[in-house]
Ligand binder design. Structure first.
Ligand SMILES: Nc1ncnc2c1ncn2[C@@H]1O[C@H](COP(=O)(O)OP(=O)(O)OP(=O)(O)O)[C@@H](O)[C@H]1O
Length: 672
């Protein structure tokens, strides 16, 4: 048993453990460096405090907001990737879980409570000189504790409701949401209508739902209603509505679907014209500044907006959520849209997932049920909590859309997505095994099975053929008109975006890097492209960083094309990107920093994008990254067809059965 009064010099026992854990890959070097700094700058010598600090930092690297001590001690293996599952043996190195298992939580808590590098809210002030915060058995890096606190406080301020039903509201909602226009279930509430009614009622609304459940359609109708009501109120200016999404791709997709939905609104032209068609990225909305994690807009310089809609909210990490909430004026409505079951952001925190976990149940209070009845006549009593005390306030602002208008829950992509989501591996495999479906499984003989390249070739042949067939003609010895070149480039980009290979890992022949190489070679040998390395016509690339000068964002995809502009004597290779406003930007390859081939992309990178068909390639061996959320996200990128290529059923089964939960204290703070 450790004695926390003994001040151990870091260069001996603790240092040895830190070195071992880092060498074994259990800590990142940044976690190691942070811990050493803690010792050097603050003089902290206690083994428990230092090693817990290292593990907390490591947990942030895993996407968690904090180290949950209770869980760390009682079920340490849950907190770390499975490759740490080495049972400690006498005289062998302690794994972090083994180290934790030997220490009762009281001992850990006592050491933290005494430490001068740890603040304990409730006991002392959280001050900026202490890098760690210990709260409710959770250990945080101070920055993340603050973000969590800011998010919880800002959300709580928004958990209020406007008390009255405006005159004529039921009729208006009925007008905007006529009886189901397609095969929507005749029974059960019209959740789209419920979502709009709730949103009209409060400054914060969260609308979650799987692909094609009508989130965008709902929000457009809601915006129409808000704007119409506002303009009729005799205001001298329209509501300032801003639309945003976490990535450029997601923003472009939102812009695309909003345009059509606004036109379809049964409202006056003046109202439609007062609804924006273009979405921007969250970074642009908040005004990102080069080399700074601060934004131009914050509480001191809030956004000029009355309504902010953020799509693909599952991709927003905790820090970004804090910044967004900080920049909103207090009277601005916030509407978050997203699919709670998708992968969380790469950065720490899964705010939408945290807020919406369990949202299926509804958990509405009696007054919410009554409000919905009076505002739109929908009966949500089946989703009422047993008592108001058990109904968290945030649930009164949350609606889950349940019916996919894109695909039915019984078949194909919809059925597979549902089975994966429910962790039902047998059903997932059954669906993949059935003939005549839009979802199929391809069993690979091994990691180098060439069927992968053949499937990719079949998917990519179209855009490469179109690139050749539709190439703009030169006019005599004159170049084609620039607008012809750009129109062609746009066609090629759109054709490319119909199919995508998705990989779950980067390394290995079934990882992104290996697949890019293999597919490029295959296309070259099929003479669809002229080269398979360097820059060549037909090469699709993805930006891996933001380039503000070029207006290109991390994740933007472009295609390398041979183009001759009007004032040029000969053709040059340029990479064509479609910007969010639909314009084509042509960029010389030498201007692009950090662009990678994108025949295959990671599932993480594909979030916010959709393709007609996807080929999902699983790695050769099971890997902790393979999870239900990952597979669900991959499968729901497809509109028409999915093939999952794997070396066996076991991998698919393992992925469906593994669930990822990010640790944070947000749910507890919000009474969830
Ligand atoms: N109530 C409805 N009745 C009939 N069709 C609908 C209804 N709501 C939405 N749709 C249609 O369903 C499709 C998907 O809707 P929408 O784009 O709003 O869903 P979404 O949840 O935003 O989808 P995703 O986020 O997956 O793109 C659209 O074609 C839309 O017109």
């Amino acid at each position: 048993m450790l004695n926390d009064h003994i001040a151990l010099p870091l260069n001996t026992a603790i240092s040895a453990i830190l070195d071992d854990w880092t060498r074994e890959g259990w800590l990142r070097s940044v976690d190691h460096a942070f811990t050493c700094l803690l010792n050097e700058e603050s003089g902290e010598q206690n083994e428990i405090v230092l090693l817990l600090a290292a593990l907390t930092s490591q947990q942030v690297g895993q996407g968690n907001i904090c180290l949950d001590l209770q869980q760390a001690v009682s079920e340490p293996m849950v907190l770390w990737p499975e490759h740490w599952a080495v049972e400690p043996q006498e005289e062998t190195l302690d794994t972090p879980p083994a180290w934790l298992r030997q220490r009762p939580i009281d001992e850990l808590a006592a050491a933290l409570a005494k430490s001068t590098v740890v603040s304990t809210p409730g006991q002392d002030e959280v001050d900026d000189s202490r890098p760690l915060v210990f709260s409710g058995n959770r250990l945080y890096l101070r920055r993340y504790w603050r973000h969590e606190q800011e998010v919880a406080e800002a959300l709580e301020k928004r958990l209020v409701a406007e008390p009255t039903v405006a005159e004529g509201l039921p009729e208006r909602l009925a007008g905007l949401f006529p009886q189901a226009q397609d095969q929507a279930p005749a029974t059960g509430p019209d959740w789209q209508k419920v979502a709009s009614a709730l949103a009209l009622h409060s400054p914060l609304t969260i609308i979650t739902g799987g692909p094609g459940t009508g989130k965008t359609t709902t929000v457009v109708r809601l915006l129409g209603l808000l704007q119409a009501r506002h303009l009729e109120g005799g205001e001298d200016r329209a509501l300032r509505i801003r639309l945003a999404a976490p990535t450029g791709k997601a923003a472009a997709r939102l812009s695309e679907s909003i345009g059509g939905a606004v036109e379809a609104l049964a409202l006056d032209r003046s109202v439609k014209d007062a609804i924006p068609r273009e979405a921007t990225t969250l970074h642009r909305l908040l005004g990102s500044r080069r080399n700074s994690r601060f934004f131009r807009h914050d509480r001191h310089n809030p956004l000029h907006a009355d309504v902010v809609v953020v799509d693909e909210a599952s991709m927003i990490d905790l820090e970004m959520t804090a910044k967004l909430l900080d920049a909103l004026p207090s009277d601005c409505r916030l509407i978050l849209l997203g699919d709670k079951d998708q992968l969380a952001s790469v950065e720490a925190g899964a705010v939408l997932g945290d807020l919406c976990r369990g949202a299926e149940a509804g958990d509405y209070r009696a007054d919410t049920v009554a409000w919905i009845d009076s505002a739109c006549g929908e009966d949500i009593r089946d989703f009422q909590a047993d008592s108001d005390d058990q109904a968290p306030a945030i649930r009164q602002h949350t609606v889950m859309l349940r019916h996919s208008h894109r695909f039915s829950a019984e078949s194909g992509i919809g059925g597979l997505a549902k089975a994966i989501n429910e962790g039902d591996s047998d059903r997932s495999l059954d669906l993949l095994g059935e003939a005549d479906r839009d979802v199929t499984q391809q069993t690979l003989k091994g990691p180098d099975d060439t069927v992968v390249e053949s499937l990719a070739l079949a998917g990519y042949r179209d855009y490469l053929s179109l690139m050749e067939d539709q190439r703009p003609q030169e006019h005599g010895d004159k170049a084609p008109l620039d607008e012809e070149t750009r129109a062609w480039a746009k066609q090629v980009i759109h054709a490319f975006s119909r199919f995508q290979v998705l990989a779950t890992v980067r390394q290995g022949s079934l990882g992104v890097n290996g697949l890019n190489e293999r597919i490029a070679r295959k296309l070259k040998s099929a003479e669809l492209v002229k080269n398979h390395h360097g820059w060549y016509e037909g090469r699709p690339v993805m930006m891996t960083r933001n380039d503000y000068e070029l207006g290109l964002m991390n994740g933007d995809v472009g295609i390398c094309l041979k183009t001759r502009l009007e004032d040029e004597d000969e053709a040059r290779l340029r990479v064509a990107f479609e910007l969010p406003d639909g314009k084509i930007r042509l960029v010389l390859p030498s201007r692009l920093d950090g662009a990678e081939s994108v025949y295959a992309m990671t599932v993480h990178k594909s979030q916010g994008s959709e393709f007609n068909r996807v080929l999902v390639v699983l790695p050769e061996q099971d890997n902790p990254i393979l999870s239900r959320e990952l597979l669900y996200t991959a499968v729901t990128r497809a509109r028409e067809g999915v093939t999952i290529a794997a070396t066996g059923h076991a991998l698919i089964r393992a992925a469906v059965e593994r669930q990822v939960t990010r640790r944070s204290g947000l749910r507890e703070r919000l009474g969830l």
